[in-house]
Design a protein around this ligand. Structure first.
Ligand SMILES: O=C(O)CC[C@@H](O)C(=O)O
Ligand SMILES: [Zn+2]
Length: 489
């Protein structure tokens, strides 16, 4: 049974999952507006509905807008002119990066103008002594990684969507990913950023310093604000050296308790070379086998772990890893495992974890939950949800970032199913709030989760967020219907 929640919903009305926001009274785009955009962005003002199709729908194909204008600025000055104009005309704007978000934050809800960072993809500077990279917001994460690897550095973040996501979008959503355990969140590695405010003012906080205690750290407002406070146009990021030795291990455990004990052992024995500790359950493995034809690299187990080590001495790392595996096997914490040191096998083992999201899209309509919990509780939520839903769900799977206490709980059904959704929500949020967890660990609130914010934040904090929004974007033109709950307006 659940503890009484200390959140607004404990006594008041609970938000309904199906609630769609009403269109706010923004202006509608006129031929004169389009003529203005064509003048400042010749050839980069798109109105052909076929060309706009992919920008209007999210990666999951679960949210579809009806924007009629896509703008593709190349410079900060372009973005500034666009926003200055839109603000004066009261036109709503949806800032968009690689459009790989999972909470409906990166697509328009109605007819918001789409401002894409796709053509803002220049690397500005890289300092090979400090490892500080500055680049425009539209650089694709994987391109930045390749650029850095040639210079013996890596990006401090890595995610499954790396081939399409933009660094500006990563920063705007404070994306977590697979290396957070080692290099920390973007709140630590982003040293500076440039953002254009709703009225077109350019805020240049593009510092390239490790330390800077001169007043409030304004860049933090934009990190994780999902484009609601300004459009990030450039960032500077502190990048780690490329490790000389990388190993990946894929292990199987009988129980989640053993998986956690293995994590403890691993932290103790691998210490400073540990760079990832990820998990998937046997349901994920079934979906990888069935939908992507990826064979299990070890024998069947209830739980699987991906451990990555990154260090500077292959002999030293190999020895540590060997000792750890020896201990984990002899103490029966793990039942089977395989190790990879060469690139192609490392990639193959990583894909067992990275491609779960893709496998799920082939299983049916997917309801996604991205929950932070005390690490020892994370799998209990999956077990309880399975029991709670019984045969109403097609698959209920758990995977995620054990090292960060971040569970990805996904539920599928053959088609979109409002009755199933009503069984999942608010159950999942109440469960999370009862453990003082977060209802969005790394994906953000976007359109889908914003009305559940009170499960994780006190109403004073949400009200203050509303004040900050009103100060920076008084007309509310930036990414409306996102992040903040409806009851603020
Ligand atoms: O699809 C999901 O729910 C999780 C996606 C991503 O955050 C991951 O860790 O794989
Ligand atoms: Zn994740």
């Amino acid at each position: 049974s659940l503890q009484l929640m200390s959140c607004q919903y404990a006594n008041g009305a609970k938000p309904s999952p199906a609630a769609a926001p009403e269109r706010l009274p923004f202006s509608r785009v006129t031929p004169e507006d389009v003529a203005f955009f064509r003048k400042i962005l010749p050839g980069r003002t798109i109105t052909d509905p076929d060309l706009l199709e992919s920008n209007n729908v999210d990666w999951l194909k679960s949210v579809r807008g009806s924007s009629e204008v896509l703008l593709r600025p190349q410079t900060t000055e372009d973005v500034s002119q666009i926003l200055k104009y839109c603000n004066s005309r009261n036109l709503a704007v949806n800032p968009q990066g690689g459009n790989t978000g999972l909470v409906g934050g990166s697509v328009p809800v109605y007819d918001e103008i789409i401002l894409s960072t796709a053509l803002m993809n220049n690397i500005l500077t890289f300092d090979s002594i400090s490892g500080i990279l500055t680049c425009q917001a539209g650089c694709v994460l994987e391109n930045l990684s390749l650029y850095l690897e040639e210079r013996d550095y890596i990006m401090p973040l890595d995610l499954g969507a790396k081939g399409s996501c933009h660094i500006g979008g990563n920063v705007a959503t404070n994306a977590g990913g697979l290396r957070l355990l080692r290099y920390g969140s973007l709140r630590g590695t982003v040293l500076g950023l440039e953002a254009v405010l709703a009225d077109g003012q350019v805020l240049n906080c593009l510092a390239k310093l490790r330390k800077d205690n001169t007043g409030y750290d304004l860049k933090q407002l934009f990190i994780g604000s999902e484009g609601t406070l300004g459009v990030i146009t450039a960032v500077s990021i502190l990048c780690p050296r490329k490790p000389k030795s990388v190993n990946v291990v894929f292990l199987g455990c009988e129980t989640f308790e053993q998986l956690l004990k293995t994590f403890q052992l691993c932290k103790g024995m691998l210490g400073e070379i540990l760079s990832a500790y990820e998990f998937l359950d046997s349901e994920c493995m079934r979906l990888l086998n069935t939908h992507l034809k990826l064979p299990n690299p070890i024998s069947d187990c209830p739980f699987y772990v991906v451990i990555e080590t990154s260090g500077s001495d292959p002999t030293h790392d190999g020895e540590k890893l060997h000792n750890f595996l020896d201990e984990a096997m002899t103490s029966s914490l793990v039942t089977d495992g395989t190790v990879a040191t060469e690139d192609s096998k490392i990639k193959a083992l990583w894909s067992m974890r990275e491609r779960v999201t893709e496998a799920l899209t082939h299983d049916g309509f997917t309801y996604k939950y991205d929950i932070s919990l005390p690490v020892e509780r994370i799998y209990q939520l999956v077990t309880d949800m399975r029991e709670h839903l019984g045969d109403r769900a097609k698959s209920v799977v758990g995977y995620g970032h054990v090292g960060d206490g971040n569970l990805h709980l996904n539920v599928t059904s053959p088609t979109k199913d409002p009755a199933l959704l009503a069984a999942i929500e608010p159950f999942v949020y109440e469960w999370t709030a009862s453990c003082h967890g977060s209802i969005s660990a790394e994906h953000g609130l976007g359109l889908k989760k914003r009305n559940y914010i009170y499960y994780s934040k006190p109403s004073q904090a949400v009200a203050l967020m509303g004040n900050i929004k009103a100060m920076l974007d008084p007309k509310g033109i930036l990414n409306p219907y996102k992040t903040l709950p409806d009851d603020l307006k």
